[in-house]
Design a protein around this ligand. Structure first.
Ligand code: 8PZ
Length: 548
């Protein structure tokens, strides 16, 4: 429990605690010499950045940003992978009252252009060796490195209309897949993200001395959870370069050389490690924890992980970018026989899950599926420049619509179990998770249908023989269109979609089957694909289940 402020200085300090940077760099939580960021980009090249160094770098970056005289709330595109400097830079944006928008250096140019048009940032920042060029004015451009921030072209902006950042201001914007074919910008305020961190830290998932490997790229908020969990606990974050995560030996080398005690990531990061390097994994006896989020962990793989790391605490974190996350539940070890679905627990302290039926009624009986609605101080402020989508997701409290309070309508189904915890039970819409990446099938379908040779397209997840899902698409070509093959369609998608949204398999078909309601019959497509692959009939159900 935090102490009550006694003086006006204490009160002002308490308000400052509601900003991302001051909360995470609060000296009360760590000692200056303790490691804050540990990196190992190549064999034998481990570097440690202490809290004192991270704080100094953050201030140096913040001074350079403040000198640009931008108004609070101006957006900064941060195009980088996670590392000590990138972390200092996002904290510096917070310190300077600016909103960071993390973007992968692998983002296709048309998608970056779309983001630039959408959020109209004041500044684009990349690493010293970043290759982005020809960025349009009036955008300012800068590069960052261990030596500080170098402004290449100052932003062209008017005099600031406001001066004082408030905790209700946006701290960051994260872009996720959108149903309408445009990515949706999830705006999170300082107050919301700090409220989330406070709720998360109450679970005691990490402590000083921990080294938390973060396997998610910076543009996903999972990496922000890891940074918050590590710095908020006085522990160190270990950003694993995205190019190494999918290579079991490289991943294990990073974990070994950095002395990682916890590994956080989507379930699919474990698949290749379990298959190819079980002994090397079991030899990492310093691993005390695993936290996963983003999708259900296939139970056979989870059991295998428990066997190899018998002493590790495994935490199932459930939630969506719109509230960063929602709940943390310890996975029982061993998993009881007959377990079909994992518990997602209950919402973190300060938040509450409510289940709502299709008829709008709040469900109180155990075992009856309903849509998760989340009441929380950590909800997003809205989708950037999209009031319609915001109103559809931040909805009046179903229990007391008169109050003006909004809750998050998640699109996720769950059932309450007799012990009061919840079990995840799929989606209400066509959002799917491919290797933990959120994909709106509609966004993929729109891109395919934009191809001059295509008249209709349906995307869906299909099971891979070795486990996991791949994104597949069925495309109908126009009769009079110039010839196009699956390779052309894939290349067309890759021009503007992130790689995880490019269908791995594209089939050309004469027509798309439809249901009695005239909707594309994805279950029939999945069944057809399973039949073609000679798979067991229940595989088709699994594929259709994620995309009702
Ligand atoms: C799940 C689960 C789960 C999510 N079991 N389905 C942020 C910070 C740390 C950890 C995780 C996050 C999330 N924002 C990650 C994430 O996946 N966000 S998302 O917005 O891209 O997707 C959210 C959706 O993924 C949820 O609505 C669920 O459908 C699904 N999901 N966690 C089963 N533990």
């Amino acid at each position: 429990m935090s102490q009550q402020p006694h003086t006006s200085a204490d009160a002002a300090a308490a308000v400052r605690q509601d900003f991302l940077h001051s909360f995470l760099l609060d000296p009360a939580r760590h000692s200056p010499d303790a490691p804050a960021v540990v990196e190992s980009p190549g064999a034998g090249r481990t570097t440690v950045t202490s809290y004192a160094q991270l704080t100094a770098l953050t201030s140096q970056f913040a001074d350079a940003l403040t000198a640009l005289d931008l108004e609070p709330g101006a957006r900064v595109i941060l195009e980088a992978d996670a590392g000590a400097e990138a972390i200092a830079l996002l904290l510096a944006c917070s310190q300077a009252g600016l909103v960071f928008v993390p973007v992968s250096p692998q983002t296709p140019r048309p998608r970056l252009d779309l983001l630039l048009e959408t959020v109209r940032p004041a500044l684009h920042v990349q690493e010293l060796n970043g290759s982005r060029s020809d960025l349009p004015r009036p955008l300012g451009t800068a590069r960052f490195g261990p030596g500080g921030l170098t402004v290449e072209r100052a932003p062209e902006t008017g005099p600031p209309r406001r001066r004082t950042p408030c905790p209700t201001d946006p701290a960051y914007i994260i872009f996720t897949s959108g149903t309408t074919g445009r990515p949706k910008g999830v705006v999170m305020s300082h107050r919301a993200v700090v409220a989330f961190y406070r709720g998360m830290l109450a679970h005691g998932i990490a402590g000083p001395g921990d080294r938390i490997a973060s396997t998610s790229p910076l543009q996903f908020d999972f990496s922000l959870l890891n940074i918050g969990l590590a710095l908020g606990s006085g522990a160190a974050v270990v950003p694993v370069p995205p190019s190494l995560v999918r290579w079991p030996r490289h991943l294990l080398r990073v974990l070994r050389e950095t002395g990682a005690t916890q590994v956080n990531g989507v379930p699919s990061i474990w698949r290749q490690v379990l298959r190819h390097e079980p002994r090397r994994l079991a030899a990492l006896t310093g691993l005390r924890g695993v936290l996963f989020c983003g999708e259900e962990f296939p139970l056979p793989e989870l059991r295998h992980l428990q066997e190899l790391l018998p002493a590790a605490r495994i935490v199932n974190c459930y939630g969506a970018t719109e509230s960063m996350a929602c709940s943390f539940a310890d996975v029982p070890n061993p998993l009881p026989e007959g377990t079909e679905r994992l518990s997602i627990g209950v919402a973190h302290p300060g938040a509450e899950i409510l289940l709502v039926g299709a008829d709008g009624r709040v469900i109180v009986e155990p075992g009856v599926p309903g849509e998760i609605h989340l009441r929380s101080p950590a909800l997003f402020s809205g989708y950037w420049d999209d009031p319609e989508a915001t109103a559809a997701t931040l909805v009046p409290d179903p229990l007391c619509p008169q109050s003006g309070q909004r809750v998050l309508r998640s699109g996720d189904l769950a059932v309450r179990r007799p012990d009061g915890t919840y079990a995840f039970a799929g989606r209400t819409d066509s959002q799917v998770q491919i290797n933990g990446n959120r994909v709106e099938l509609g966004e993929v379908e729109r891109r395919l249908a934009d191809h001059p040779a295509a008249t209709a397209a349906a995307a869906l997840p299909l099971p891979l023989p070795g486990g996991g899902l791949q994104l597949a698409a069925f495309v109908v070509l126009a009769e009079d269109a110039p010839p196009a093959g699956a390779g052309d369609l894939r290349a067309f998608c890759a021009e503007s979609l992130p790689s995880y949204m490019v269908p791995q398999e594209i089939r050309l078909v004469d027509r798309l089957p439809v249901t009695a309601h005239g909707k594309v019959d994805r279950a029939a497509l999945a069944a057809q694909a399973a039949e073609d692959a000679g798979a067991a009939p229940d595989t088709a159900d699994a594929a259709a289940g994620g995309a009702r």
